[in-house]
Design a protein around this ligand. Structure first.
Ligand SMILES: C[S@@+](CC[C@H](N)C(=O)[O-])C[C@H]1O[C@@H](n2cnc3c(N)ncnc32)[C@H](O)[C@@H]1O
Length: 173
């Protein structure tokens, strides 16, 4: 198995995994090389996602599966419960600000709904889209991810309209 990312620091070593630190847009993935490909939460960020999708399709052996997993950025009602209305509003503000920031650096927030057609246009067959949502209790799962990401992009969040105390308040929300 090959795990490819420009930033591989979080990929745990495993004897069956070749870790490749590379830009997928600039990597020759070959033709009919792989028994399957899973691109998770990457294509949405790439301005040249359609070219990379073509590369991924070509890299598959005949009949091999391609799995594309993406955030559905159009999904709303993200807050099912919160300590207070203000905490719920804070999460909503954070998500909107985060999406706006990522769009300024190449993300297509509508890509999840375009991927099915794009796969057909690349000649892939038996395409199926599954939309999935699951809740995370505060301090777990996606809530933890929000807290971590908000620290990583605190500058852009503040530039996008969040007040200095809001990113730090997200873990509580
Ligand atoms: C939202 S994270 C998803 C990480 C991982 N695929 C997962 O599902 O847990 C987006 C990842 O895309 C990587 N990435 C962004 N641009 C890339 C590129 N051009 N080539 C390879 N990886 C890239 C980032 O380094 C980051 O690890």
């Amino acid at each position: 198995m090959t795990a490819l990312d420009t930033d591989t620091q979080h990929v745990l070593p495993h004897p069956l995994v070749d870790v490749v630190q590379a830009d997928v847009s600039a990597t020759d993935l070959g033709t009919a090389e792989y028994d399957g490909v899973h691109a998770r939460l990457v294509l949405i960020h790439l301005p040249d996602r359609r070219e990379v999708l073509g590369d991924l399709a070509r890299a598959l052996k005949p009949g091999a599966p391609l799995v594309i997993s993406e955030w559905d950025c159009d999904y709303r009602d993200l807050v099912l419960d919160a300590p207070s209305r203000a905490d719920g509003d804070l999460i909503d503000k954070y998500v909107e600000t985060l999406i706006s920031f990522f769009e300024t650096i190449g993300m297509d927030s509508t890509w999840a709904s375009k991927a099915n057609r794009a796969m057909r246009e690349e000649g892939l067959e038996e395409i199926r889209t599954v939309t999935y949502a699951a809740s995370s209790a505060g301090g777990t799962g996606t809530c933890l991810l929000n807290a971590t990401v908000s620290q990583m992009v605190e500058g852009p969040l503040l530039a996008g309209g969040m007040t200095p105390d809001e990113p730090a308040a997200l873990p509580r929300a």
